[in-house]
Design a protein around this ligand. Structure first.
Ligand code: HEM
Length: 137
């Protein structure tokens, strides 16, 4: 590592959530498990109903987005520019119930993949802020 990467001499300081999670392979696994649960679990039927009939496009977009959001490669913005995430969610009616289904589905996916609980807690807090900001009713 060069001194540019780590001016403090503390390797911990430069490790992104993306790296800590396990890079692209793990982000892909997380997104796939999240959408598998959304398809399977009756508790997330309301959330599933907001999505298109096939989830392939949704899987790719969330994967690309999360890579950058976690501090990894900017696949989403390379393709689509600024995420404008709140605007892109305006076509969908999102209240507390939809927000909480999204968050529970993601928490279950992280838990079942055995993601380090400390990291999962930090991510859950960040997901909460983003999901809450998406509410439009
Ligand atoms: C609050 C509850 C949420 C609901 C109900 C919801 C629902 C949806 C739906 C129905 C779509 C369209 C899927 C498609 O076009 O294939 C979508 C797209 C997307 N969502 Fe969410 N979402 C929520 C929260 C989040 C959060 C917290 C994130 C990120 C951390 C996120 C990231 C995305 C991304 C990146 C897209 C693709 C946008 C695009 O390029 O069109 N969503 N969401």
């Amino acid at each position: 590592m060069s001194s540019d990467d780590d001016p403090t001499g503390n390797a911990e300081a430069t490790v992104t959530a993306f790296e800590r999670l396990g890079g692209e392979a793990k982000v892909r696994q997380l997104v796939d498990h999240f959408y598998d649960l959304m398809e399977l679990e009756p508790a997330y039927a309301g959330l599933r109903a907001l999505h298109p009939s096939t989830l392939e496009g949704s899987r790719d977009k969330l994967f690309w987005f999360l890579c950058g959001w976690l501090g990894g490669p900017s696949h989403y913005t390379d393709r689509f520019g600024h995420p404008r995430l709140r605007a892109r969610h305006l076509p969908f009616s999102i209240g507390i119930a939809e927000r909480d289904q999204w968050l529970h589905c993601m928490a279950q996916a992280m838990d079942e993949l055995g993601i380090d609980p400390h990291l999962a807690d930090r991510l859950a807090a960040a997901f909460f802020n983003t999901a809450d900001w998406m509410r439009n009713r």
